[in-house]
Structure formats: structure tokens, C-alpha cells
Design a protein. Structure first.
Length: 297
């Protein structure tokens, strides 16, 4: 269906103050939110929270200037939904959810002035060929003075399944070598570049390719950005692993949808179920992975 026709049908079906469906970048149908507390954009492609900025603040999410905005390709930035696998060991990398077209389940304005949007993805004959399990996944986005994103995975089949995944959050920073990430002090991590097992000493600092899977941690992380005089907290539920990533020089140059110099202005702190933090869901049960991103005032 043509994007503008779909959006007008969605606006008729889900009338909602502060939230309108519209054709966004690349013509992708998206929920465009502007509710006095924040501005945000969520595309149906990938169930992808692309933009979020509290009113009067710089954005808390980062998008590459080189990102694709088309079916079949992941969006580079925002919060990619990595599911039902995390990483590139299986193709497509980071799973099928971020390449799928999600449907709208509900849209509402909450009493606190925020907007609540629920998107849904269900198993299909095609998805069963890529991942042989029946599922329903609901992405719940609460956009207000802070951003809450929950990924609830339901097992709608008759046998247990297990998966890995992440809410792969990209955030803007003033200058990567001037910022740090706290909250992971003393946590064990696997360096994804050489698979070495390490323990985090002090806060995480940047100045080289950094790709770390922190295991057995439920901590809230804080990005401390003195250049912009701000701190961003990333708290979580349903997750015992956190991934921190900055591609630095060579990896940036290898990614066609990432500017060669963009590593200076971004980092990822990802709320994950990755590595040993694999999730098993029994038939009829569900698991919630949730991240809350807020500016610390
Ligand atoms: O979360 C870090 C990571 O796994 C990196 O290894 C890098 O591959 C990044 O994800 C982006 O993956 P993508 O498939 O989106 O290019």
C-alpha cells in the first residue's frame, strides 16, 4: 500500500493528540510525535525509534547522515531492534525485526502528556524460514520528558524457544574522546574484537575501536558529556547484559551507511539480552526487554 494512503488510514483508525502518521524520510511511514514534552519519530519499518528530543534539549538519539531509509535495509542510528539474534554470526546481522514492517497496535495520549505507541510484529511463513518459531513481538514506545522503549516477546507456539537481542541505542556526543560512560565499573566484559575476557576499570573511555559485551550487569549507565554539559542515563529492565560501541576510524570507513568522521559524534549503549544472557520463553509466556533514556537534570 502507498505510504500516504497507509498513513491517512492509520490517522483515521488511531486518532491521537500529539501523534500523527506521515510519510517520513525515504517515504517510510512513521509516527511523528510532537506533544509539548518531546519530539520523536518512530518508523513502521523495523519498529525503529529514529528520533527523540525532549523539548528544549538536544536530541538524545543519533542518526547517521548516510543512513538508508528503505525497506530491506537497516536504519543507521536511533534504536535498532536487534531480534531474534544479536550480532553477525547469523544473517541478516542482528536478526529480522529491524528489517521487517511492523503494524500499529495502538496510539494514545497519556495523562502526563506523553504519547504511547504500540507496534506489533508476528511470525509469518517467511519469518518461519529464517527462524522456525511462532511469535508475537510488541514494541511499546512512551515518548515524554524521557523515552521508554519496551520489547515484549510472546511465544505463540507450542514449544519453548530462546533468542538473543538488544535495543541498540545510538546517542550523540559532543566529542567521543571527551565523554565517558559510568555504571559498568567492575563489570566483566568480552572484548568483541579479540574475544578477550576483561573487567572494567573505572568509567569507559574512548579513543580506539571499542566493542564490548558487558555480562551479568543490571546497572543503569550514564553518558557523561562535559562538552555539552549534560549527562544521559540509560536504565533497563529484563536485561543482564550491556553493549558499548564506538566504531572508530577503520570500521567507520568500512560502513557505507556511516560517515567516515561520524565516530567523533556518537556512541552506542545497548540494553541487551546478548551472549550468555540468552532468553528462553515457554509457550504462552513472554519476556520484556526495556530501556529508559533520560537527560539527568
Ligand atoms: O553492537 C555493536 C555491534 O555488534 C558492532 O559489532 C557493529 O557491528 C554494530 O553492532 C553495528 O552492527 P550493524 O549490523 O548495524 O552494522
Amino acid at each position: 500500500m502507498d505510504s500516504s494512503k497507509l498513513c491517512s488510514d492509520l490517522n483515521a483508525k488511531f486518532p491521537c493528540e500529539g501523534l500523527k502518521f506521515a510519510s517520513w524520510r525515504g517515504g517510510l511511514p512513521a509516527a511523528v510525535i510532537s506533544n509539548g514534552l518531546c519530539d520523536a519519530v518512530v518508523t513502521l519499518h523495523g519498529g525503529h525509534v529514529c528520533e527523540f528530543a525532549p523539548k528544549g534539549s538536544k536530541p538524545l538519539l543519533w542518526l547517521s547522515s548516510k543512513s538508508h531509509f528503505e525497506e530491506g535495509k537497516p536504519i543507521r542510528g536511533g534504536i535498532p531492534v536487534c531480534w531474534p539474534w544479536f550480532g553477525g554470526a547469523q544473517q541478516p546481522a542482528h536478526g529480522i525485526a529491524r528489517l521487517s514492517s511492523w503494524s500499529v497496535k495502538s496510539a494514545s495520549r497519556e495523562a502526563d502528556g506523553s504519547n504511547l505507541l504500540s507496534l506489533e510484529l508476528r511470525s509469518t511463513e517467511d519469518s518461519l524460514k529464517q527462524w522456525p518459531h511462532q511469535f508475537k513481538v510488541v514494541l511499546e514506545v512512551k515518548a515524554g520528558s524521557r523515552l521508554e522503549v519496551g520489547l515484549r516477546v510472546f511465544n505463540t507456539g507450542s514449544s519453548p524457544f530462546s533468542y538473543t537481542g538488544a535495543l541498540h541505542t545510538y546517542m550523540p556526543v559532543s566529542k567521543i574522546t571527551d565523554v565517558s560512560v559510568s555504571g559498568l565499573e567492575g563489570a566483566s566484559f568480552v572484548n568483541q574484537l579479540d574475544k578477550a575476557s576483561c573487567v572494567q576499570q573505572g568509567s569507559v573511555k574512548f579513543g580506539f575501536e571499542l566493542d564490548r559485551l558487558y555480562t551479568d550487569t543490571v546497572s543503569t549507565c550514564v553518558v557523561d558529556d562535559p562538552g555539552w554539559g549534560r549527562r544521559i542515563s540509560i536504565s533497563k529492565e529484563g536485561s543482564r547484559s550491556t553493549v558499548v560501541w564506538n566504531p572508530w576510524v577503520e570500521k567507520s570507513a568500512r560502513m557505507p551507511d556511516f560517515g567516515d568522521e561520524e565516530y567523533w559524534e556518537m556512541l552506542c549503549v545497548e540494553t541487551a539480552n546478548a551472549g550468555p544472557d540468552k532468553v528462553e520463553v515457554a509457550p504462552g509466556s513472554s519476556h520484556l526487554l526495556k530501556t529508559v533514556i533520560a537527560e539527568i537534570r
